[in-house]
Ligand binder design. Structure first.
Ligand code: FES
Length: 101
């Protein structure tokens, strides 16, 4: 994670809730797009590819590229298709398989 993000929050006075990404405790705006909120918080990368270990993060923000994959409650999901909710426990997806997507 980068300590300073080039992204800015649109509604900085929103209702923020506690979430965790890997070992980092974050306060993110409830109901906002999860991928966008993580970028604003300086989270990058979201995952590493299984074969080469290349870093990946949100690219399309519309559910097409799958570069924003994160794991929430043991399920791998697209962060750009989710809203921030209270208490999310987010981790990088575990490396599985041989596909380097
Ligand atoms: S950023 Fe492309 S699927 Fe989420």
């Amino acid at each position: 994670m980068k300590p300073v993000s080039p992204f800015r929050e649109i509604t900085p006075k929103g209702n923020h809730v506690a979430v965790r990404f890997e070992a980092a405790d974050l306060m993110l705006p409830r109901g906002e797009n999860l991928a966008g909120a993580l970028l604003v918080a300086g989270v990058m990368p979201f995952r590493h590819t299984p074969v080469s270990g290349a870093p990946r993060g949100p690219f399309c923000m519309m559910g097409a590229c799958f570069d924003c994959l994160v794991e929430i409650d043991g399920v791998t999901r697209q962060a750009c298709m989710l809203q921030v909710t209270d208490g999310m426990e987010i981790t990088m997806p575990a490396a599985r398989g041989t596909d380097d997507a």
